[in-house]
Design a protein around this ligand. Structure first.
Ligand code: RRO
Length: 307
């Protein structure tokens, strides 16, 4: 019997466990490039938007990218149209995607987060909200997610503002991500996603100055996969809510490892830049892997956390 990949993730019915990492797939540009073919073969079972902020932002000065061995450093700096621009221009287009929409939001204060969650949470087109408390490229972007007490207070304050599922996106740049995850769960989060990028820097080989315009950025790709797997393992063992695992996932075997480590769903990020259909390939390979091992569904896979 073929493996059934469908899962339920904090109330969302998903056709398979593979979604995208926020900011790694521009669905609006992809629709322009591929037309309705994108909708017919959409690579992910839910779409996570690029993070938005209350006001428009231009982003960081260039250069914004650096290729590393087995990875990439980004210093994008959250360019976006702001909440009003997003609701007016991006949301109607993202609502045409054939999968549930998760909107990623980031504020630099509790009030800003409240504005974002109220603004986005009231829209029928939005299935869930991801709270980005882990951006390495904006001053104060990391502060909440580095401290369990701050994460608890923020999640608690936002929880009553919406009935939509709240997913808290964690930074790997802390000693104890499980403590932050527990705080988010205690504050009322419905799921945890991790990892965001690791703080990193690159040197211009000629001048030896910092390569990135902002001085430093966040590392992603296969270079961080083992670290991500360990953090997913630790967080999944610490909370009862579902965990969305990501960090350098490029194949069905990678996805399977994250699920075995305790993830309920996985996200493909950096791999999308090289291959916009990476998500579909990971899904197909995951299905083949599960079938080869005789599992009827991802939930049947024994978890590290249950051993
Ligand atoms: O826009 C970015 O520079 C960015 C964000 Br918001 C994030 O959460 N993680 C990242 O690596 N880059």
């Amino acid at each position: 019997m073929p493996t059934a990949l469908a899962i339920e993730l904090c109330g969302l019915q998903l056709q398979h466990p593979v979604i995208n990492g926020s900011g790694t797939f521009d669905a609006i540009a992809a629709r322009r490039a591929y037309g309705d073919a994108l909708l017919e073969r959409f690579p992910f079972s839910a779409f996570v938007s690029k993070t938005i902020t209350p006001e428009p932002r231009a982003g960081n000065p260039p250069p914004r990218l650096f290729e590393t061995p087995a990875g990439m450093i980004n210093s994008i700096g959250l360019p976006n149209k702001g909440l009003d621009g997003f609701l007016a221009s991006d949301l109607p287009q993202l609502a045409e995607l054939p999968v549930p929409l998760i909107v990623s939001v980031m504020g630099t204060s509790r009030e800003q987060f409240e504005r974002l969650v109220s603004g986005v949470g009231g829209r029928d087109e939005v299935a869930a909200i991801e709270l980005n408390v882990s951006c390495p490229n904006v001053k104060s972007g990391l502060i909440v997610g580095e401290q369990p007490e701050e994460t608890l207070a923020l999640t608690r304050a936002l929880r009553p503002l919406t009935t939509k599922p709240l997913i808290v996106k964690l930074t790997p740049n802390v000693a104890d991500p499980a403590a932050v995850a527990r705080a988010a769960e205690q504050g009322g989060a419905d799921a945890i996603s991790l990892i965001n990028t690791l703080k990193a820097a690159a040197s211009d080989p000629g001048t030896l100055d910092p390569w990135l315009g902002a001085g430093a950025g966040g590392l992603s790709g296969p270079a961080i996969r083992s670290l991500a797997l360990d953090q997913v393992r630790r967080v999944a063992a610490a909370v009862a809510i579902p965990v969305i695992g990501m960090g350098g996932i490029e194949s069905g075997a990678d996805a399977l490892a994250f699920i075995a480590a305790g993830a309920s769903a996985v996200a493909v990020g950096t791999a999308n830049f090289r291959d916009p259909l990476a998500g579909s390939r990971v899904r197909d390979e995951l299905q083949a892997e599960l079938e080869r091992r005789g599992f009827g569904s991802p939930a049947d896979l024994p978890r590290w956390t249950s051993t």
